[in-house]
Design a binder for this molecule. Structure first.
Ligand code: CA
Length: 337
């Protein structure tokens, strides 16, 4: 297992993370390459601070093809007035900046998947160096961390904020209280396929309040999903006491992913034909999606059926799939925690 090394981070912030007021700058990470011998990766960062209070760390584009986070956070960084703030807000709208600029999930430099690279390495690849800086220099400053996700180019999700089941039940309750405050249309108790290397796990293991989201996907963002992201970020800052006032709550439906039976993976290549749209109720045994062979006509599709009663919470996009791809995710309605 990787552990944070005492080796110093190569990342240098161009702003003072502890100064009051509004600062716009970069995390500068040296990156020597063919077109710039002594070049750098310049990751945008904004800090808005005023007086005493908690610190929130808000991150977008952990995966580079997910846009609700950047859309909400570039605007928040531009508009947040320090006079309204009690404490500090650290905003990184595009955490995996090389991936964000390329419009890809992973970094074009090293194929690094940011949310499989934590806690990172100061002597690793570019993605691991960014992760290491976040782990050792940003998360420790934070009381609450919000990491925006959506489905990227190959998944589409119901809009939800989420937290995880945690061994520390008091911490878990604080995380779900923050999810409730975010007030997305859906609120999820989320099960991960593989939690190793995630920012989520790193923050949770430090005992912090952590909220993640899946707010849509398909490689874009809608006016509605961006609205959910903007309102949620503001609500979380109000919930933390960094902004005055109470969260602007809206109705939310609580969902649970009770087991790995929630996930369906394609066993076939082909054309996906869904029987249900996101949010639709399904019953155990219902056909969710058919996968048609596309090499010739006359062949029957493979049928994928629901393993439980629930709602369709995520689906593959766009229209073709390969064996092994995640085809769909079901979730079950539950009582609010
Ligand atoms: Ca993601």
């Amino acid at each position: 297992m990787l552990t944070a090394s005492p080796r110093p981070s190569p990342v240098t912030p161009t702003i003072d993370l502890s100064a009051p007021g509004v600062q716009h700058g970069h995390l500068r990470l040296p990156y020597s390459r063919d077109d710039s011998a002594w070049g750098s990766v310049m990751i945008p960062i904004c800090v808005v601070a005023n007086g005493e209070g908690p610190t929130a760390l808000l991150t977008g584009a952990n995966h580079g093809d997910e846009y609700e986070g950047p859309a909400a956070l570039f605007e928040l960084a531009r508009s947040l007035d320090p006079a309204e703030v009690s404490g500090r807000v650290i905003i990184l709208p595009a955490l995996n900046y090389p991936a964000f600029r390329a419009g890809t999930r992973t970094s074009p430099i090293d194929k690094g998947n940011m949310n499989r690279s934590f806690p990172g390495r100061p002597d690793g690849n570019v993605t691991e160096k960014i992760a290491d800086y976040v782990t050792r220099h940003l998360v420790p400053l934070a009381d609450i961390v919000l990491d925006f996700h959506s489905g990227g180019k190959t998944l589409d999700f119901l809009p939800y904020a989420a937290a995880h089941e945690l061994p520390d039940k008091a911490q878990e309750a604080r995380c779900f209280a923050a999810v409730a405050a975010f007030s997305a249309p859906y609120s999820m108790k989320m099960l991960e396929i593989d939690a190793v290397g995630m920012l989520d796990t790193t923050v949770e293991e430090m005992g912090k309040v952590f909220v993640t989201t899946e707010l849509g996907g398909a490689g874009t963002a809608s006016a509605t999903s961006i609205g959910v992201a903007r309102r949620g970020a503001g609500n979380l800052l109000r919930h933390a006491g960094i902004l005055a006032g109470t969260p602007e709550t809206a109705p939310t439906r609580w969902l649970d992913m009770p087991s790995a039976d929630c996930f369906t993976f394609a066993g076939d290549d082909g054309l996906i034909v869904f029987e249900h749209d996101l949010g639709a109720p399904v019953r155990a045994g219902d056909v969710i999606v058919r996968v048609y062979p596309v090499g010739k006509t006359g062949l029957a599709p493979a049928e994928y059926r629901a393993a439980m009663d629930g709602v369709l919470a995520a689906r593959h996009v766009p229209g073709l799939i390969k064996a092994g791809d995640c085809l769909s995710v079901l979730a079950v309605l539950r009582e609010a925690p």
